[in-house]
Design a protein around this ligand. Sequence first.
Ligand code: URA
Length: 193
Amino acid sequence: MLQNWEALKEACTSCEKCGLCKTRNHVVFGTGNPKSKVLFVGEGPGENEDLQGEPFVGRGGQFLDKMLAAVDLDRKTNVYITNIVKCRPPQNRDPLPEEQEACIGWLRNQFALIRPKIIVCLGRVAAMKLMKPDIKITKEHGVFLEKNGVLMVATLHPAALLRNPSQKPAAFEDFLKLREKIEELGCDIAKHQ
Ligand code: URA
């Protein structure tokens, strides 16, 4: 476990723990404020993210930014955003279980240094890995559960919302609940620490 954020980032960006390192352009470590109390976790970088080295920068990411803004959150100042796997799976397939296992140590180390109060899983892959393997995201999104003193919740993946716009209001409800929880916990998101 590395204790220093920059050292962790450096080690992660030269990772060769799984085959995804062979096809990547960039390791997508994450973005945001590592001192924030809310951690968002997606599944893995897509094409744009791989090219730019930042998570959620494609159309889905732009939509995520809007949802965040609607509840006074912002990717640069008061949340941290990362993924289960830090390198793009070819053709945007789901990351394989062994790729997720090889990569999860980086997320665990990020988690240990950020010490978030709330983790938001963006989509099925992150929710299955971090919350419960049999989660049914269409039914269980927006339901908070506590694990080792950390609140966890899943919401629908932004890319899925672009494919199924009828689900946008349900996802928006999840973000409103998230804002309530942030207020309830007294996380001072305005100060950015
Ligand atoms: N989808 C994800 O799950 N993560 C990204 O960073 C981009 C798209």
